[in-house]
Each structure stands twice: as structure tokens, then as C-alpha cells.
Design a protein around this ligand. Structure first.
Ligand code: FMN
Ligand SMILES: CCCCCCC(=O)C(=O)O
Length: 355
């Protein structure tokens, strides 16, 4: 397999059709889902010449972790529907790649087991834990404790989901819950006996409470409005993930990459800004970095790798992105991520674009 698109094709052939639709689908008309990838194709890089170096270093410093490349694994649910090894395979592959795995609260393997699998590959493997704040604060606290005990080095609070998105493929397929034999393992034995993940409206005050209850860095995932980026930084967030949830929440939103420049401007280097949504090529990673991201997350590509070939498939996805990104950097005359600056990005077409 030489591209993520080929791994996607293989995954499509291997997956149960209802599960494929769950992973591949977006909300409503899937406009944002499609636009996430299309928006990268509307942009182009303006390489610099006669200044490249052969000794490139593509590693990046992130909250609580150093990653070997500016690509991390975005949190996605239910990996055991893609492959029997599920999140264990994903955790091993991310550790082998030397990058951060953001463990989903809705994982079908508990965060402790994921951490153990990752650390068997690399004792220094970095995991972050993704969290939907729960209205019962005891549940949230228990989940944070489990993530902390597992050695997670940051929390990623998903803030774009006051309600679940309209996943119309799932409605058509009657896919409403995990099938028998699978469970959201982080949700076992919680105070109040709750087993299901609640998506419910939360406020900045809930976030303040979380911040006060943990010493881990807290990043907010799902920010698109520059004013929310401003508020997040004011309220002490340690990082922002610009994301439209892979087009799975509100469909009438911009592509993540189109929202990035204004948020990066607001952040002004005070906190790291990450981006996810539509990243399929190393050149997409380079464009996102040039527009102000310190790293990107990949969601579906990891699932395609997992479904195609388990741990090896995920490794392949991460190594393809590493190789393609490094190649793009070389062709742009860069030595490291910091050489990817905003002036290198233009809008396709004869006029070019002004950012
Ligand atoms: C099948 C699937 C499950 C997801 N589950 C979660 C989740 O549990 N928590 C979360 O914050 N985001 C979740 N996301 C969103 C991803 O973290 C990420 O924002 C998105 O996948 C990025 O877009 P991409 O798939 O184009 O890379 C999920 C996305 C997909 C496709
Ligand atoms: C109520 C189940 C929550 C699973 C969340 C997974 C998710 O975020 C997604 O986009 O799917």
C-alpha cells in the first residue's frame, strides 16, 4: 500500500458495511466531511529554494510529550469494530511511531490496557485522554483518575458535542449502539452505575472545575470560532485543537483548515494549536503547520489502517505520513517544522490568495 487512499479502499472491502458507514460517515449532508479534504486541495505550497538541509528534524514538543513527528492519533471510538485487537493495536502502532495517541473515552479497550500495550513497545510512549465532561462530576473525576493512573500526560476535552451529531448513515442502517460483546470499557464501574457516555451542554465553569481538579495539561478540542479560542486561553487552556469533529457534529461549519488561520492568530503562540480533519497527505500536514498548527491529528486514516491490517496497517499510515511530510519539508527548503511559515501557503488559481 503506498497511499492512505489505498488503505481506505482495502478497509472498505474488509469492514462490515454498517461499521464502515459509522467510521466513514459525517453529519447530515456530509458537507463538512467532504470539505475537510477538499479545502486542503484548494491550497498550495510555495516552496523556497536553495536553502534546504539534509539533516532535517521533524519532531515537535507538545503538552506533556515530545512526538517524533507533527502527526498524532486523534481520538476515535470503537476500534474493536474495525479489528479484533482494537485500540491495543492502535496503541502499539502509535508507540512504535513515537507519537501521541489520544485515547477516546469511548474506546472499546480501557485506557489502562491501552497504556500498558503502548509501554510494552516503548516505555516512554505518550498517551493523552479524550474526555466528554459528564454532568455527574463524580463520573468525570473517576475518568480523570483512571487516565492519570494510566500515565496519560494530558487531557483533551471535546467541547463541540452538547448533543450527538445527526449521523444519517447510522440512522438508515439502524446502527445506534455497540453490538453485543463490545463495550465502552472506560465506562465500567462508574459512580451512579452509569454505563453510557453522556453528551450534554457544558459551560466554561465546568471546565474551570476540571482545571482545578487536575494538574494535567488540558486541551480543548472542537474549537472553530476565534472568540472561543480567546476565551479558552483566558480560562487557562493549555492547548486548542481546531476541529469540526471530522464533519460529524454540525454539518454547516467550515473545513477545519479554513478555520485554523484566525485561531492561530488569536493564540499568537501563547498555547499550542493543533488541527484535525481531512489530513490525508504529508503535504496537508505541511499546510496546516504553515498556517499555525504545531501538529495535526488523524482520525479515519488510522481506522482504515487498523481495518486493513491491524497494528501493521496503523503503523503503515503513520509511517506514510511521516515520510510524505518529511519529503514535503525537504521540497519546501525546510529543515524543521518551524521553517513552514504562512507565506508558503497560497490559494490555488491564477490569482493566488492573500491570507
Ligand atoms: C469513527 C469516529 C469516531 C470518533 N470518535 C471520537 C471520540 O470518541 N471523541 C472525539 O473527541 N472525537 C471523535 N472523533 C473525531 C476525531 O477525533 C477527529 O476530530 C476526526 O476524526 C478528524 O477528522 P479525520 O477523520 O478526517 O481525520 C471521531 C471520529 C470518527 C471518524
Ligand atoms: C454516545 C457514544 C459516544 C461515542 C462518541 C464517538 C464520537 O465522538 C463520534 O464522532 O462517533
Amino acid at each position: 500500500m503506498t497511499t492512505i487512499a489505498e488503505l481506505h479502499d482495502r478497509a472498505r472491502q474488509r469492514l462490515v458495511p454498517e461499521y464502515y458507514d459509522y467510521f466513514a460517515g459525517g453529519a447530515a449532508d456530509e458537507t463538512a466531511l467532504a470539505d475537510n479534504e477538499r479545502a486542503f486541495r484548494r491550497l498550495a505550497l510555495m516552496p523556497r529554494v536553495l536553502r534546504g538541509r539534509a539533516d532535517r528534524d521533524i519532531s515537535v514538543e507538545l503538552p506533556g510529550a515530545r512526538a517524533s513527528m507533527p502527526v498524532v492519533v486523534a481520538p476515535t471510538a470503537f476500534h474493536r469494530l474495525a479489528h479484533p485487537d482494537g485500540e491495543l493495536a492502535t496503541a502499539r502502532a502509535a508507540a512504535a511511531a513515537g507519537t501521541v495517541l489520544i485515547a477516546s473515552m469511548a474506546a472499546t479497550v480501557g485506557v489502562g490496557e491501552m497504556a500498558a500495550a503502548a509501554r510494552a513497545v516503548d516505555p516512554g510512549a505518550a498517551l493523552w485522554f479524550q474526555l466528554y465532561l459528564q454532568s455527574d462530576t463524580r463520573v468525570t473525576e473517576t475518568l480523570v483518575r483512571r487516565a492519570t493512573d494510566a500515565g496519560c500526560s494530558a487531557l483533551v476535552v471535546t467541547v463541540d458535542s452538547p448533543v450527538f451529531g445527526r449521523h444519517e448513515r447510522d440512522r438508515r442502517n439502524g446502527f445506534a449502539d455497540l453490538p453485543a460483546g463490545f463495550a465502552a470499557e472506560n465506562m465500567r464501574d462508574l459512580p451512579g452505575g452509569r454505563r453510557n457516555i453522556e453528551m450534554t451542554p457544558m459551560s466554561w465553569e465546568h471546565l474551570d472545575r476540571l482545571r482545578a481538579s487536575t494538574s494535567l495539561p488540558v486541551l480543548l478540542k472542537g474549537i472553530l470560532h476565534p472568540e472561543d479560542a480567546h476565551l479558552a486561553i483566558e480560562r487557562g487552556a493549555d492547548g486548542i485543537v481546531v476541529s469540526n469533529h471530522g464533519g460529524r457534529q454540525l454539518d454547516a461549519v467550515p473545513a477545519s483548515i479554513d478555520a485554523l488561520p484566525r485561531i492561530a492568530e488569536v493564540a499568537g503562540g501563547r498555547v499550542p494549536v493543533l488541527l484535525d480533519g481531512g489530513v490525508r497527505r504529508g503535504s496537508d500536514v505541511a499546510i496546516a503547520l504553515a498556517l499555525g498548527a504545531v501538529a495535526v491529528g488523524v482520525g479515519r486514516p488510522v481506522i482504515w489502517g487498523l481495518a486493513a491490517d491491524g497494528e501493521l496497517g496503523v503503523r503503515q499510515v503513520l509511517e506514510l505520513l511521516r515520510e510524505e511530510f518529511d519529503h514535503t519539508l525537504a521540497l519546501c527548503g525546510g529543515q524543521g517544522p518551524a521553517d513552514l511559515t504562512r507565506d508558503l501557503v497560497t490559494v490555488r488559481g491564477p490569482e493566488g490568495g492573500k491570507w
